[in-house]
Design a protein around this ligand. Structure first.
Ligand SMILES: Cc1cc2nc3c(=O)[nH]c(=O)nc-3n(C[C@H](O)[C@H](O)[C@H](O)COP(=O)(O)OP(=O)(O)OC[C@H]3O[C@@H](n4cnc5c(N)ncnc54)[C@H](O)[C@@H]3O)c2cc1C
Length: 207
């Protein structure tokens, strides 16, 4: 395989490296930039995100027609590596997990109307997402088929019962994807549900 980088990707790689060096690294040394959970404050991230957007360094993995750079998997590998020199780099460039994978997934499976509703706000950096699969009390971890969270259909609604934990970024996320069991079929019995943080019945119990 040829792992050489195109001139465009190499140019982007250098720009990301310079941005991290000049704009992000200096902020890491200042305690005033951190919140109570040792992350950059929202206001600090927001300001950096505006700068990254203005520099054309936004959403490496996202389609161009929706505001990303569409650099492909090899491009993602090198740009993510540069971004992640700082733990706050990926969120600044809107390529932090779980949003990066969530956006790639939603772009593949949603229709245009659904993309406007669920995907575009995430691409624009207005909302963040979280992925709820892992369960406490003997539920699923590495193997999602062990999930005890159930979803049953009642009329036009799905009733979901269960408990999840280790949901990265649950606090502050607006969009959730939750894995629940919809049948005992070993291969097709799991369904991913997409919903908003204020969905009735959904409650984040603790950080
Ligand atoms: C930083 C961090 C962020 C996370 N964020 C999220 C999140 O956003 N959303 C979410 O849902 N979860 C999240 N998780 C949870 C994570 O997905 C689980 O920790 C992971 O799936 C492992 O599950 P477990 O810890 O229950 O281990 P287990 O599933 O109990 O596995 C224990 C060990 O057994 C091995 N093992 C398990 N099954 C098999 C098998 N069939 N064959 C061989 N070996 C096996 C595993 O490799 C592991 O070494 C996060 C975890 C961390 C550490």
């Amino acid at each position: 395989m040829d792992f050489s980088l195109s001139p465009e990707i190499e140019s982007l790689r250098q720009k990301v490296a310079s941005f991290v060096e000049a704009e992000i690294m200096p902020l890491e040394n200042n305690k005033a930039n951190y919140d109570d959970h040792e992350n950059f404050k929202e206001s600090v991230v927001d300001a950096l995100r505006e700068k990254a957007k203005a520099a054309g360094l936004w959403g490496f993995q996202l389609p161009k027609e929706r505001g990303g750079l569409d650099v492909g998997v090899a491009g993602m590998a090198v740009l993510y590596e540069e971004a992640a020199r700082s733990p706050f780099g990926p969120v600044v460039f809107n390529c932090a997990p779980p949003d990066d994978g969530t956006m790639i997934l939603l772009n593949k499976i949603l229709n245009d109307e659904q993309k406007e509703r669920w995907l575009q706000p995430m691409i624009d950096g207005k909302v963040r997402s979280a992925f709820a699969m892992t369960e406490p009390d003997g539920g699923c971890g590495s193997d999602p088929s062990l999930t005890y969270t159930s979803a049953t259909r009642e009329g036009d609604n799905w009733i979901i019962k269960g408990r999840k934990w280790f949901i990265t970024g649950a606090e502050g996320a607006q969009t959730f994807i939750l894995i629940a069991k919809t049948s005992d079929d070993p291969r097709k019995g799991l369904t991913a549900f997409l919903f908003d943080a204020d969905q009735p019945g959904w409650e984040v119990v603790r950080r």
